[in-house]
Each structure stands twice: as C-alpha cells, then as structure tokens.
Ligand binder design. Structure first.
Ligand code: ADP
Ligand code: MG
Length: 819
C-alpha cells in the first residue's frame, strides 16, 4: 500500500478538532500511527528526511498515555513536518492528485445536521428542504404528511453500534457490526458486474467488504473515513468478507460521540435508509423544540416522565439504552393516556348527553322468574345481576361489559335484565352476531320464560306469555329470512310497543326497525360490535342502557383499552357440577383412534362436533371443502351414523333445520366449518374434534371446546394437527393444560399480539405505536391518571388543559370520532 500523507494529515486534523481526545481513529491513534509509519519508513528514500521522520517516533508513539498539552504539541509538530514529506519526488511517495497537501486548516465547527427550514409543525413535509413531492408521496404511504407526523415517525428499532465487534473476532455467518476506517475503496468488477470493493480496518486488523452490483458506494467511502459496517461475514478464499452489508459513514460528530444507537426506520420502497435517517435528524434538530408538551406539568412530575420534546428526540437518536427506554415510556404513556381520556370522554358523553331511562328493579316479577329456574344462580351470577340492577336504576344509561366463560350462565342474567325492562313497560333488544345464535337465544329465552309463564300465543317468530308480568309478555325474533309480510307485521308491532323483547342480529339497530321505547340493549359476543355500532344506537334517538356480553375472555389490559368506555363485570365461576373438558392434542396417525373414540361416545347416546380444516381463501371454497369432508366422513368413516353439515353458504333456514335436527338428537355428528362455531348450545354433545387445530388461536380453540361440556357428562376435546409450526405446538401444549379462558387469553395475546387477537384491527381507536398492551402497569397508571384528570375537569375546559384538549382531538380524529 502506498504512503498516503493526506490521510495522516486528515486524521491528525480530525484529532485536533476533537480536542485531542484520541477519538479520531477507531481503536486509537497509536495503532494507526504504528501501521502508517511502518509503510512510510519503507518508502522514504531521502536519508535526511528519514532521520527527521524517525525522530518523531511515530512507529513507537505513546499518544494514549500523553497528557493533553503534550498531545497538542506533538500533533502540531507532526503536522508541521508533513509538508516536507509531501515535497518528496512523486515516484517515491504516492499522493492522490486531488488531495494535495494544504496548510493546516482552522478548527472546524462540529458537524450538525443542517437546520432545514422554519415553518410550523403542521406544515406539509414538502416545505422541508430536500423533500420533493415524489418523496412526500412515499412518506404519505407511511401515513406521514406533516412535519409533526415525521417527528412521530419513530424507528422500529435501533442498531446498537456500541455492541460492535473487533475485526479479529468476526465470526462467519453471523450478523455483526464493526466500526472501522476506510483504507481503500474502489470500483471493481465482480461476476461481470460493476461493484464496489473496500478494505477497512480497526486496531485488530483489516477486512474486505464488497457490494455487488453497486459501483457507486466506492465514491462515498473516502480513504480514512470512519464507517460502520453491519452484516454477515462469509469466508472467501480463506478470508473473511462482508458481502453487501449495511453501511454508514460516521461523519456526524454527534453520532460518533453519543449516538451509538442508530435508528432503523421501517421504509417503503423508494425511501432509502440513509436518506430518511438524515432527514429525520435534521427534522428532529430543527423542530423538536417547537413541540408543545401537552401534559400538565404536575402530571409529568408525578409520573416522572420525560418532557415531550426530549422524549421525541431521544426516541429517534437516543444517548443510550436507558434514555431510549425513558423516551419510549413517555411516548407510550401519552398514547395510553390519550386513549383513556378519549374513551372516558365517550362514556361521559354517552351517559350525560341525553337523559337516561331509569328502570325500577321490579322485585316481584324478577323473583317469580328466578324461582322458576331449575337451578340457583351462582354467587357470581348474583353479584353481576345486582350490578346490572343498580345500573338500570340510575338516570344515566348503563354501559357495561359482561365477561363470562362459555356456559357460565350469561344468558339467564341477560334475560333477567330484559324482564326488568319489560316490567317497567319498556322494550328490550337482544342482539346476536349471527342468525343461528339469535334463533338460539329466542329458543332459550322462551324456554326460561315458559317455566313460569303460560304460553298464550305462538305465531311465526313470536311468543306471548302470561303469568310473569301483570300483563302478557311478548317476545319476537326478527331475522332476515322471514317472509316480507310477516317481517313487516313484526316491525309494526315493535313500533307500536306490542312486543316487549326483540331478539335479532345487529341488523336490529342498523335497519329500518323503529322501536317505541327501547330502554335496554343486550349485545352478545361483543367483538363484532364496535364503537361505531354503539354510537349508531344513540343516533336512533334512544339512550338505552347497554349490556355487552362476551364469552371471549379479554385480558384486562385489552378490555380497558378497547372497551374503556364500559364498566366491567365478570362471571368468574361456572355452575356447579361442570367438569373440566379432557383435552388432547393428537398426532396425524392417531386419527383412527380419534374416530373410534367418537364412535364409542355416540354409542353411549352422546353427540359430537367435527370442525373442518380451516380453508382461508373464501367462504365459498371453505364451504366446498366442508362438503367434501362431510362426504368423506359420512361415506367412508361413519357410514352407519347420522351426520349433518353446516357451513356459511347455507341459508339461515337451512342452517336452522340442521341445527334443529342436531339439537333434538336426530343427528349424532355435526360437521361444521370453523366460521359458524360461536355460542351453539347442545348439552348432550360431549365430543369436539377439531381438524387443523394448530391453525387456530388459543381463544378460538377455547371457544370450540366450550361447545361441549355444557351438560353434566364428562366431555372431550380432540385436536388434530398435521405438522404444527413451533408456535402452533406451543398453543396446543397450552390448550391441553389450561382450562381457564382468561389465562388462555393472556397467553394468546402474548403469542399473537393484540392486532391478530381480534382478527382484524379494531377500528375507531387511535394507533398504538409505542405502547404495548401487555404493559399492564403503565396502562393502569395511564388510566388512573386519566380518571383523576377527568374528575377534575371532564370537558378539559380549563385553560391549563387546552393543549391536552387539542392533542386529544388530534389523536382521535384519525381513527375514531369523538362525537
Ligand atoms: P353462556 O351464555 O354464558 O355461555 P348460558 O347462559 O347459555 O351460558 O348457560 C349455559 C347453560 O348453563 C344453560 O343450559 C343454562 O341453563 C345453564 N345454567 C345457567 N346458570 C346456571 C346455574 N346457576 N346453575 C346451573 N345451570 C345453569
Ligand atoms: Mg351464550
């Protein structure tokens, strides 16, 4: 390698700029000088010059040990000598022509990202210098339109350059980061393509780096530049080579000193990492101080949070891990706090905007009804019923989420509440997610009522009972496949108030159904009933009490977030006599014994479910697969048994017929697609066989399992899985051991994350980018603080809370409306 005086001069000048802190070269100046002078001594032929050079003792420098004043003097001395070397004959010392020796320059100011432009946080990013409309369009795809959006465009992770590897310690095949000086970088041809090849080195050695098919990088790697290389090392001809690694020049002084964590942004095609990083740095430097901290100072102090501008800056370019964590903590707190304020606002508005409809508890009819049941309510059911009755009595509308395992007895409790509404002369609606379930509720409610009441009329989808209230009590089922004339008749009766309890799907609130005086709405299986549907109710001009029921146990954190506008009730106890359902994960070769087991149960008079393999393409394809499976099972496996089939493409009437035959015991085995699983209640069924069980989430498996074990007989759940993935195996292991739905939900959330937990992303809520829903402590803190603040100033009307009010409406305007 030729002697490069310019490189030495640059390094020494850099060292001077860095106040002689021995930070100009990776690994320290001494090692660099030793290496450099070894080459120099070989190439200096002029004896006098050589003697002078030796006197500088670069080959044995002790720079690291020198006190700073010595360092300065010594470096000045070398810098003064360099021009003489530069005057050596050109064939002796190679000097790049473009980099001729110049007298030492004055100390330059530390490199900082350029201030881009003045302007406001709400300016479009095209107002920034260097942001073209094309680039802005790419950012827009990432949801970034304004400067503020950019500030909130956080890196998904940071590369930790403090965890760098020495070149001598590089191991083949692993993702590794080195910090090195560029000794040489040039364009080269590799495999016939123009490429870049570089030699970089640190205090432990040199390594070759190649970028295939990219000759331009060579131009960006000046000799002596400090560079971070991150990627995999391969062995090539017995030597380590980095192949097309990530790289970045450490040209920014600030980055070298403090920014050892480098942000990685999730990018869209066409945005280059270094381009984005540079822009982000400039934007943070120029704008972060303009960000107003919207949290009240007492709160910041009390919760020991970082100030907002500091948090944003540290989230992008943290000083260290600890600062990064503190920044994330503050930003996650903000998200959860704003979310909680939003849902509390919704609840407040829901409850205060219109007068509610207080319902007296009506002890007499309720008593009559409860006495007529063949069982006593469990303690948990009684507790929840009390909570409901006390809500109903208030002039503000109830807004409550009732969680309870499958079979915990929610329907009885809901029916009690509906009865109370009817006893008050008001109407109640009971809504299910599917028509089958609506029908089932209609049947169940009818059965419960008929124990005491005398059925005095039964027409299509309508039953009237006497003996419970001091007047006839009418229950109707309103679903899609009723004959048009009949439907209109029922609608007329709902509008006139002749019908007390209306059971149907969510279409009840969406369609042209007019109620006379709707005072209670019970919504079953809430997770298909979102914030918007709840508001739709109010837009119909009612402000009814709302009870949302779910058998999908939702971890408390999620419930507080997604349903923070609801109060929580839990039935945490099953009726007595229920047995744990024996659950077994079977290997494919155990399929025959699974079928044999099922057959034995049927021989004992029991019934079984078989859930078809999951087919994701479309409902039509799913239905076709289910038909094929049904034919295989009834033709080859159980030709002697009575099988039924149910899938999403059947009409409601067809489904109803099949369900009827299964419930009445006429069918012994029900083959079903996964989509129609929820809520079906057949106490005589004791076997649940699930195909491709590894492909379902824990909560869904738990739902399947909940179809059996509803009677007193021992029940079984068999899970078949062909070749489960690692995570699939984990789930099957867990479901085998754990019966408790809440525990399963927590596990599910842990394994899948909240988005998938709900199938699709829940609409109507602001984004959570920093906050993790698994962080219960932070969520509880945010909620507690939100409640505290809300109690003091519900409308955020106080001047001190104006910035907060503004932030709240900004955050909620994207997703949900804060109507
Ligand atoms: P969920 O809707 O919570 O899944 P259901 O209300 O459908 O549960 O109740 C499941 C079954 O348990 C029904 O057959 C119901 O009659 C019965 N049941 C409800 N409460 C009790 C109780 N306290 N004791 C015994 N059986 C009960
Ligand atoms: Mg139910």
């Amino acid at each position: 390698m030729a002697l490069n005086i310019e490189s030495l001069r640059k390094i020494l000048e850099l060292e001077r700029d860095k106040d002689y802190t021995d930070s100009a070269v990776i690994g320290g100046l001494d090692k660099f000088l030793h290496r450099w002078s070894g080459q120099a001594i070989e190439s200096i032929t002029n004896q006098k010059l050589l003697a002078q050079f030796r006197r500088l003792r670069l080959d044995d420098s002790k720079y690291a040990a020198m006190p700073p004043p010595h360092r300065q003097r010594w470096i000045e001395e070398i810098l003064a000598f360099l021009p003489e070397l530069g005057e050596m004959p050109a064939e002796k010392v190679e000097v790049k022509p473009s980099r001729s020796v110049s007298p030492p320059r004055k100390r330059s100011a530390p490199v900082k990202a350029p201030k881009i432009v003045s302007g406001s946080l709400d300016s479009a990013i095209t107002s920034l210098k260097g942001v073209s409309t094309a680039m802005a369009a790419k950012f827009e795809r990432l949801g970034v339109k304004t400067v503020r959006d950019l500030l909130y465009f956080f890196p998904h992770r940071h590369l930790d350059y403090s965890q760098r590897q020495h070149i001598a310690e590089l191991a083949e095949g692993e993702e590794q980061t080195i910090m090195a000086n560029v000794w040489q970088a040039q364009e080269t041809r590799l495999g016939g393509r123009r490429s870049t090849e570089a030699i970089v080195g640190d205090e432990t050695g040199n390594v070759r780096v190649v970028w295939f098919n990219n000759p331009y990088i060579a131009k960006s790697l000046p000799t002596n530049a400090q560079v971070v290389i991150s990627g995999r090392v391969r062995l090539f001809g017995g030597r380590h080579v980095f192949q097309s690694p990530e790289w970045e020049l450490l040209e920014d002084k600030e980055l070298v000193h403090t920014g050892r964590l480098v942000p990685l942004y999730s990018l869209t095609r066409g945005l280059k990492p270094r381009q984005v990083r540079k822009l982000m740095k400039a934007v943070v430097d120029s704008f972060v101080d303009k960000v107003e901290d919207f949290l009240p100072p007492e709160l910041i102090k009390h919760c020991q949070l970082l100030k907002l501008p500091q948090a944003i800056a540290q989230a992008h370019y943290p000083e260290d891990e600890k600062a990064k964590d503190k920044a994330r903590y503050r930003l996650a707190f903000d998200e959860l706090f704003i979310l909680q304020l939003g849902v509390l606002g919704k609840k407040h508005e829901w409850q205060e905007s219109q007068p509610g409809n207080p319902l007296s508890p009506q002890p007499a009819p309720l008593e009559t009804f409860l006495k007529s049941l063949p069982f006593e309510l469990t303690a948990a059911q009684q507790k929840v019923l009390k909570e409901l009755l006390s809500d109903l009595e208030k002039p503000i509308p109830m807004s409550r989420l009732l969680q309870g395992e499958v079979g915990s007895g929610k329907t009885v409790v809901a029916t009690s509440a509906l009865l109370v509404a009817a006893a008050n002369g008001c109407q109640g609606a009971f809504m299910a997610p599917t028509e089958i379930l609506a029908e089932q509720h209609f049947t169940n409610v009818g059965q419960l009522l008929s124990r005491e009441g005398k059925q005095i009329a039964e027409e299509d989808n309508l039953r009237t009972f006497s003996g419970i209230l001091d007047r006839p009590l009418t229950v109707a089922l309103l679903i899609g496949d009723l004959k048009q004339a009949r439907k209109q008749e029922i609608q007329r009766q709902i509008a006139s108030g002749e019908i007390d309890i209306i059971i149907g799907t969510h279409a009840l609130i969406q369609k042209e159904v007019g109620f006379k005086n709707l005072s209670l709405v019970v919504v079953d299986e809430q997770h298909r009933f979102g914030v918007e549907q709840r508001s739709a109710l109010r837009q119909k001009g009612f402000n009814p009490h709302v009870l949302v029921m779910t058998a999908t146990p939702i971890p408390r954190t999620l419930a507080l977030t997604l349903y923070g506008d609801l109060d929580l009730s839990v039935i945490d106890e099953l009726p007595p006599g229920r047995q744990a359902i024996k659950t077994k994960w079977l290997k494919p070769e155990q399929r025959d014994s699974a079928y044999a087991f099922l057959r034995r149960q049927v021989a004992e008079g029991r019934q079984a479910f078989i859930i078809c393999p999951l087919v994701e393409e479309s409902e039509a394809i799913q239905a076709k697969a289910a038909v094929a499976e049904y034919e295989r099972l009834s033709g080859e496996v159980f030709p002697d048994l009575k099988l039924g089939l149910i899938h999403g493409r059947l009409s409601a009437a067809e489904k109803d017929r099949v369900m009827h035959r299964f419930r009445s015991g006429e069918l012994q085995v029900l083959v079903s697609t996964p989509v129609v699983e929820v809520g079906i209640d057949v106490p005589n069924a004791t076997v649940m066989l699930v195909e491709s069980a590894d492909r379902f989430g824990l909560s869904q498996l738990h739902q399947f399992r909940g179809r059996v074990g509803r009677g007193s007989a021992q029940s079984y759940c068999m899970l078949l899985a062909e070749s489960p993935s690692e995570i699939g195996q984990q789930r099957l292991d867990i479901i085998e051991k754990v019966q408790d739905g809440f525990q399963l939900a927590e596990e599910d959330l842990r394994l899948r994350g909240p988005g998938e937990f709900f199938g699709t992303r829940q609409s109507g809520l602001p984004d959570l980018r920093m906050a993790k829903l698994s962080d219960v402590t932070l969520l509880e803190l945010a909620r507690a603080e939100a409640i505290k603040l809300f109690d003091k100033d519900p409308g955020l009307k106080k001047p001190a809370h104006a910035p907060l009010a503004k932030e709240l409406s900004r955050a909620w305007q994207g997703g949900g409306e804060l109507s």
